[in-house]
Design a protein around this ligand. Structure first.
Ligand code: GDP
Length: 296
């Protein structure tokens, strides 16, 4: 189920309940079951959906609502709030400050859109007057450095990497050092997204993080990842201290539920979304407008 359909299904469930002559336990249950089905089809993790259902039932106590109350509005508000809560871990991520050096490390699986997103993130800040720089610490994927170099050159952003050096930790460290000396205020480290074995990838992430001491680690996730999102996000979180999430390919057939799961797994907020392949197809993510749009 794609994101727009999810919103449509939830709105329809609320509408159907409103059409009932009386909104009783049965009507509310039917509505919540319908929403549960829609969320599960959109790949939201089962536990999250169950928790949401329980919370809404706790908030909406039909017996306590006098006849005069607008039950539909109260229920709708409770659903809205619960969806927002799912996407809001309750604490903002570290926010780099212009003019003060910050190191931001990007992690995520190969193909998630990590390299593209690094450039988008750099370009977004450059347009606002920052001095960003890109470091390619992915020595595993052939062509990773070329891709970053090409993107960076197009956006006129300084970059660092090597065709010869095979140690990603060394490159990351050297790149960060160089750009600190050049007074860049946003040093972005792109890392490998795949390795011979998974354990080696996570060990490499840990080492790069230890060497560069990032102020923020951003986990990049493809929105179409589905139910695997929770485990994947959690695996990265266990290796490095993920502080924010960026969801890519929201323009495609995104199921969207993965976003909710990634937030839950990392306890970190979504800060941007990728909405296309181009450099400027990148949007700041705000929970409330997103959920409003979702519910139509
Ligand atoms: P990496 O392996 O994680 O570094 O992934 P890449 O940055 O190479 O991206 C993989 C593919 O996804 C490329 O073809 C990108 O153009 C594409 N891509 C990345 N972000 C987006 C997005 O937000 N929307 C769309 N449609 N494509 C994207």
């Amino acid at each position: 189920m794609v994101l727009a359909q999810l919103g449509g299904s939830i709105s329809r469930a609320i509408q159907q309940m409103s059409n009932a002559t009386i909104i009783d336990e049965k009507a509310l249950n039917e509505c919540l079951n319908e929403i549960t089905r829609a969320l599960l089809q959109a790949d939201v993790q089962f536990k999250l959906v169950k928790d949401m259902q329980t919370n809404i039932k706790k908030i909406v106590n039909l017996d306590d609502l006098a006849a005069g109350h607008n039950k539909r509005r109260i229920i709708q508000q409770a659903i809205f709030n619960e969806l927002c809560k799912m996407l809001d871990p309750g604490k903002p991520s570290f926010t780099p400050k212009k003019g003060k050096t910050s190191v931001v490390m990007f992690v995520g699986l190969q193909g998630s859109g990590k390299t593209t997103t690094c450039t988008k993130y750099a370009y977004y800040h450059q347009k606002k007057g920052w001095k960003p720089a890109l470091v390619c610490a992915d020595t595993f994927r052939a062509g990773a450095f070329d891709q970053l170099k090409q993107n960076a050159t197009k956006a006129k952003i300084p970059f660092y990497g090597s065709y010869m050096e095979s140690d990603p930790v060394k490159i990351a460290e050297e790149g960060v050092e160089r750009f600190k000396k050049e007074n860049c205020d946003l040093i972005i480290v792109d890392t490998s997204g795949r390795h011979k074995q998974e354990a080696a990838l996570f060990e490499e992430m840990r080492q790069v993080s230890e060497a560069t001491k990032p102020d923020l680690v951003i986990f990049v996730m493809d929105s179409s990842i589905g139910q695997a999102a929770f485990d994947q996000a959690q695996a990265f979180k266990q290796s490095v201290s993920v502080g924010a999430v960026i969801i890519t390919k929201m323009d495609g057939h995104a199921r969207g539920g993965g976003a909710l799961s990634a937030v839950a797994a990392t306890k970190s907020p979504v800060i941007f979304i990728g909405t296309g392949e181009h450099m400027d197809e990148f949007e700041v993510f705000d929970v409330k407008p997103f959920v409003s749009r979702l519910l139509g």
